[in-house]
Write a protein that binds this ligand. Structure first.
Ligand code: RAM
Length: 333
């Protein structure tokens, strides 16, 4: 098994460098992410490697994504995977619609395609694996921010890329939540996009500070955006002037949570997400899962995950991190 992991690790490295060597006759699964260099997806990759090891090691895991989160970059990678005749693709999509044609072509070529984290339109995949309920994620972000600012003041959202399926459905639910009477004294003044790039997210945060001098809070539903905005608030000495919450990696936000720059945030375990995505893809390839509405899929250490009527499956509920528990989780991911 150890050699399997070393080979898989080598495969990841070689593929990323553009050279790919496969073990003869192994099942080949590609985990395609929004962009490389994002710690969230590297944790997903680690979970995928855990699933490969647990499923018996005759699997080659290919980890890849564009350098910046573009649709064109992902289309090019999927077209290449079709040529390489991989057996399965699990992708976090940079756009819900634009990837459908190339993924339909992959499925026509016999490749099992699922999306995870950020959905592809239904016609482009067998099923979508949501980390958590999109409605719960969106609404809970607003509730956490409201508690922080006393349900009054201007707030903004600093998101990832404008076409990102997952952020966009979360923002839709944030706006629905903000429509409730109890938030009447809160006002969403802007939604900006940092493209899941640290420097761009940082600059967008600074622009928000300058454009909205009365801003009371920022919600950033992206681990890159949240970490960058926390740094921007600290650098601009705006702690307690602007409250911050969002979706963050405990290991990246620990210092900011302890300093009270980001008093609370939430997320799910990306290791579990990558484990579940690769596990499900393998079982679809082997025929043990069919991914049809109503199917209850036993996903190893994650237990049963059910496919709903829209062929979406929800992995788990988000977890709220704060100063009391951040040390424990920062040591894990
Ligand atoms: C970023 C990506 C990813 C999202 C997390 C919360 O890493 O946008 O798609 O799920 O943040």
């Amino acid at each position: 098994m150890k050699s399997g992991k070393i080979l898989t690790g080598l495969l990841i490295m070689l593929f990323c460098s553009g050279t790919v060597i496969y073990a003869e006759n192994n099942i080949r699964i590609a985990l395609i992410v929004k962009n490389l260099g994002n710690s969230f997806f590297e944790a997903c990759r680690d979970g995928g490697l855990e699933a490969v090891k647990e499923l018996g090691g005759s699997i080659d895991l290919i980890y890849h994504g564009p350098i910046t989160p573009t649709v064109a970059g992902q289309i090019e990678i999927i077209a290449s995977l079709i040529e390489q005749k991989v057996n399965g693709i699990a992708i976090s999509a940079n756009d819900i619609d634009a990837l459908v044609p190339v993924c339909k072509k992959a499925m026509k070529a016999g490749i099992k395609v699922i999306s995870f984290d950020s959905a592809i339109g239904k016609a482009g995949r067998i099923l979508h694996l949501d980390p958590s309920s999109p409605e719960y994620i969106g609404r809970s972000q607003v509730k956490m921010m409201a508690d922080m600012i006393g349900y009054r003041g201007e707030i903004a959202i600093l998101s990832a890329s404008p076409q990102a399926s997952n952020q966009n459905i979360w923002i839709e639910y944030m706006k629905k939540e903000l429509g409730k009477n109890k938030y009447d004294r809160m006002k969403l003044v802007s939604v900006v996009y940092g493209d899941d790039l640290s420097d761009k997210s940082y600059r967008e945060a600074l622009k928000l500070f300058n454009s909205f001098p009365e801003l009371k809070g920022i919600i950033s539903p992206t681990v890159v955006g949240l970490a960058s905005t926390a740094k921007a608030i600290e650098d601009a000495k705006l702690k307690n002037r602007i409250e911050l919450t969002g979706l963050g990696l405990p290991s990246q936000l620990k210092a900011y949570i302890k300093k009270g720059i980001c008093k609370k945030m939430s997320l799910w375990n990306p290791i579990d997400l990558g484990y579940s995505a690769v596990y499900i893809t393998y079982k679809l390839i082997s025929g043990e899962f069919n991914g049809k509405a109503g199917e209850v899929m036993p996903v190893g250490r994650m237990g049963n995950i059910t496919v709903d009527k829209n062929n979406n499956a929800v992995m788990a509920e988000p977890f709220v991190f704060d100063a009391k528990n951040i040390d424990k989780f920062a040591a894990i991911y």
